[in-house]
Design a protein around this ligand. Structure first.
Ligand code: GAL
Length: 651
C-alpha cells in the first residue's frame, strides 16, 4: 500500500476557465494529489440530447495533470439534465405516499427504471471513451452517494414490475411465496406474481417478509445500477480503481453487495453535520458540537474498510461549517487536520476535502471549502497543508492493524428492526455502535465484519449484536471460533423469511448456547430498570430459559448477561453504563491489553504507529503505552483537536 495522500473536490464548470491554472497550482502547493471532478456536470457535458461538449472537461484535466494532480472522475448520473426528464418522464422516483419527485435538485431518478439505467450506461461509455486514456486520470467514482435524500426506494410502476420479476425469480412459484410470507394470515394469498403490490399505501402494515423482500429488491437495484457503470469503466481501463462515495449511518441498501463491483469503498465524512442530525443525546451534541461524535467517524472508517475489502478512502471531508444540518457550527481550530489524521490511522488511502472553493451561488453557498468565495484561504486550507507536510515527515505506509475485537454489522438487520421494532428506537446500528464505543474507549483496535464472514480466526472477541437471522457462514464461523463471542439481544430471533425460528431465539445449537428467549418485555424509554451492581436496562429485555450461568441480572431477577463456555449472551438493551460494564467484563475475562486514555482522546494503530486524536475541548496528557518507543509527531501533551503519533516497538 502506498503513502496516504490528500485530495480535493473541484468543479471546474463552476469557475471561469482562466481560474483553473491558478487553482491547480495552489492545490499542488497545499500538497494535494487527487482532484475529484465531474460528478454533477451532465448538463455541461451534454447540454441537449446527443450534443457532447467534452472539450472543456479535457482542458480542465490537462490543467490539473500539468500541475501534477491526478483526477478522479465522477460519472454525472446523480444529476440527469432537464431534457432527460422530458425524454423519460417516468424515470422520476415515486415516494411512499405515491407522489412523483420532481426536477430541480438532484438524485431525481428511479433505480428500477431500465431506460434511465441505459442512459447512465450510455453517458458512462461515452465518457470512458473520451477521457479513459487521459494521462491525468487516476480513477473513477460511480455516480454520487447512492440513496442520498431518501432515493433508494421508489414506489413507481417500474419498481412494481421489477419487484414482481424479482419475486418470481426468487420463489419460482407463487405458493412458495405465499408460504414464505405467511400469507394465509389475513387472507393475503396471491394467485399470480403480477397481483403483488409494493408495500406502500396499504391499510396497515404489510407482512414483514413482504417489506423485507422489497428492501432486498431495492438494494439489488442499486447494486445492478453500479455494476453497469463498473463493467464499462473496467473494460476501458482495467488498471484504474472504481470507487463509490457512501454515507454516514445510511443503511437503505446493502453496501457489501454494491461493493462487489467496486475496487475501493469511500465515504463522505461530515462529523459536525452528522452529529447534529443524529438521534444522539442533547448533551453529547452540545459537548461535541465543534468536534463531532468521537466514535462515529471512526466506526465508519472501520465499516468502509470492511466494505472495501481493506481498501477505502474518505471521498469528502468536512472542511468547515456545512449547510445542511439544523445548526452548522464552525469546527474547533484543528479539526480539519484531526479528522484527516484519524481517517489515515484507520487505513484511509486518500482523504479528499469537500470542496476547493465555497460556491457563492445555489444550494450549497453556505458550505465552507478550503478557499472562501473570494478565493482567500479558509482555515482548512492551512490545516490541509499541514497534514500534507506531516504525512511526508511521519512516513506511514501499510494498512490499519488487524483489530483484536470485531463487531458484525449487517444491513438486513437494520431493515428488519426498522420494519418490526417492537420497541420504538430499537436499532441494530445503535447496538453495534454502543459496543464499538465501549471497546474503543480503551484504545482497542476494532474491525467491522460483514455477515458473510466465514471465519473469526485471529480475533479475541467478536460481538454479534441484534442480528436478525443466522446464515450458514456465520453459523460456521461461530461454531469454529476459539475466541469469546458476545451475542444478542434479539440475535437469531427470525429466520431469513422473517418468521420466528422453530427453536426460538437465539436459535443456536445447545452445545454452544443452551438458551431460549421465551418472551419480550419492551419498555417505555423514560423508564430504566436497575441492574444489580450497576447500569440499567433500557427499552428491551428478554425472558430467558437457560441452564447457562447468569453473570449479571437486573433487580427484578431477569438475566442480563448469560455465559456458557466462550459464548456470552446479552438479553437486554442497556444504558451506556451497562454496555460499558459488559464490555469491561469481557475484556477482563480475555485479559485484553487496554490503554488508559484521557477522556475525549481516541486512538488507532496503523503500520507500526499509534495515532492519538483529542476530541475534547481541553488539553489532555497521554500516558505512554508500554509498546511505544516515542512520539514522531506531537508530544504527550495533546491540545484540544490535537494529534500525536507514537511509534510502536516492533512486535
Ligand atoms: C455530500 C454530497 C456533496 C455535497 C456535500 C455537502 O452529501 O456528496 O455533493 O452536497 O454533501 O456537505
Amino acid at each position: 500500500m502506498s503513502t496516504p495522500a490528500l485530495g480535493v473536490c473541484y468543479y471546474p464548470e463552476h469557475w471561469p476557465e482562466d481560474w483553473w491554472e491558478r487553482d491547480a497550482q495552489r492545490m499542488a502547493e497545499v500538497g494535494i494529489s487527487y482532484v475529484r471532478i465531474g460528478e454533477f456536470a451532465w448538463s455541461k457535458l451534454e447540454p441537449t440530447p446527443g450534443n457532447l461538449t467534452f472539450d472543456w472537461l479535457i482542458r480542465s484535466m490537462d490543467v490539473l495533470g500539468r500541475n501534477g494532480l491526478k483526477v478522479i472522475f465522477g460519472t454525472p448520473t446523480a444529476t440527469p439534465p432537464r431534457w432527460m426528464v422530458d425524454k423519460h418522464p417516468d424515470m422520476l422516483a415515486v415516494d411512499k405516499n405515491g407522489n412523483r419527485r420532481g426536477f430541480g435538485s438532484r438524485r431525481h431518478y428511479d433505480f428500477s427504471h431500465l431506460g434511465y439505467r441505459e442512459e447512465s450506461a450510455r453517458i458512462t461509455r461515452l465518457l470512458a471513451e473520451a477521457i479513459g486514456n487521459h494521462p491525468a486520470l487516476g480513477g473513477w467514482q460511480t455516480d454520487n452517494e447512492y440513496g442520498c435524500h431518501g432515493t433508494t426506494y421508489s414506489y413507481s410502476p417500474a419498481a412494481k414490475e421489477g419487484f414482481q420479476r424479482w419475486l418470481a425469480d426468487k420463489y419460482g412459484t407463487v405458493d412458495a411465496l405465499n408460504g414464505a410470507w405467511g400469507n394465509v394470515f389475513w387472507s393475503m394469498e396471491y394467485n399470480r406474481f403480477d397481483q403483488i403490490e409494493l408495500p406502500n399505501l396499504l391499510v396497515t402494515e404489510a407482512t414483514p417478509a413482504h417489506d423485507l423482500d422489497f428492501r432486498r429488491y431495492s438494494s439489488d437495484m442499486v447494486a445492478a445500477f453500479n455494476k453497469v457503470q463498473y463493467d464499462i469503466l473496467k473494460a476501458k481501463r482495467p488498471d484504474l480503481p472504481v470507487i463509490h462515495n457512501f454515507m454516514s449511518r445510511y443503511t437503505e441498501f446493502d453496501h457489501y453487495d454494491v461493493a462487489e463491483t467496486l475496487d475501493i469503498a469511500s465515504w463522505d465524512s461530515y462529523p459536525l453535520g452528522h452529529l447534529a442530525v443524529s438521534d444522539e443525546s442533547a448533551e453529547l451534541k452540545r459537548q461535541y458540537m465543534r468536534q463531532g461524535d468521537p466514535d462515529n467517524a471512526a466506526f465508519h472508517h472501520d465499516l468502509y474498510r470492511a466494505v472495501g475489502h481493506g481498501r477505502w478512502w474518505v471521498m469528502e471531508q468536512q472542511p468547515g461549517p456545512v449547510n445542511w444540518a439544523q445548526f452548522n457550527p464552525d469546527p474547533l481550530p484543528g479539526m480539519a487536520r484531526l479528522w484527516a489524521w484519524e481517517a489515515f490511522s484507520h487505513g484511509a488511502e486518500v482523504v479528499t476535502y469537500f470542496r476547493w472553493r465555497q460556491a457563492p451561488f445555489a444550494q450549497e453557498q453556505m458550505h465552507a471549502g478550503l478557499l472562501r468565495p473570494d478565493s482567500e484561504p479558509a482555515p482548512a486550507y492551512h490545516e490541509a497543508t499541514q497534514v500534507a507536510q506531516e504525512l511526508k515527515a511521519v512516513g506511514i505506509e501499510g494498512n490499519a492493524t488487524k483489530g483484536r475485537v470485531a463487531v458484525v454489522f449487517d444491513y438486513q438487520s437494520e431493515w428488519a428492526w426498522e420494519i418490526q421494532p417492537q420497541a420504538k428506537g430499537f436499532s441494530h446500528g445503535a447496538h453495534v455502535r454502543a459496543l464499538y464505543s465501549a471497546f474503543r474507549k480503551h484504545g482497542i483496535d476494532i474491525d467491522v465484519l460483514p455477515p458473510s464472514t466465514k471465519s473469526f480466526a485471529g480475533y479475541d472477541i467478536v460481538a454479534i449484536p441484534a442480528l436478525f437471522a443466522w446464515n450458514d457462514d456465520l453459523r460456521t464461523a461461530i461454531a469454529e471460533f476459539e475466541g469469546h463471542l458476545l451475542i444478542g439481544p434479539r440475535s437469531g430471533s427470525k429466520t431469513q423469511d422473517f418468521a420466528i425460528p422453530a427453536k426460538l431465539a437465539p436459535d443456536l445449537p445447545s452445545n454452544l448456547l443452551d438458551l431460549k428467549v421465551t418472551r419480550i418485555d419492551s419498555i417505555d424509554p423514560s423508564l430504566e430498570i436497575e441492574v444489580k451492581g450497576s447500569g440499567g436496562v433500557h427499552l428491551w429485555r428478554e425472558r430467558i430459559e437457560t441452564k447457562a450461568n447468569v453473570v449479571i441480572e437486573d433487580v427484578e431477577g431477569w438475566p442480563v448477561l448469560v455465559n456458557q463456555g466462550k459464548v456470552y449472551y446479552l438479553g437486554a438493551t442497556g444504558t451506556k453504563a451497562l454496555v460499558q460494564r459488559v464490555v469491561d467484563y469481557l475484556i477482563e475475562e480475555v485479559d485484553l491489553p487496554v490503554l488508559n486514555l484521557p477522556a475525549g482522546v481516541r486512538c488507532r494503530t496503523r503500520d507500526g504507529f499509534r495515532i492519538y486524536v483529542n476530541y475534547g475541548t481541553g488539553a489532555a496528557t497521554l500516558n505512554q503505552a508500554s509498546d511505544e518507543t516515542g512520539y514522531v509527531l506531537g508530544t504527550a501533551e495533546l491540545a484540544a483537536a490535537g494529534v500525536t503519533v507514537a511509534r510502536l516497538a516492533r512486535a
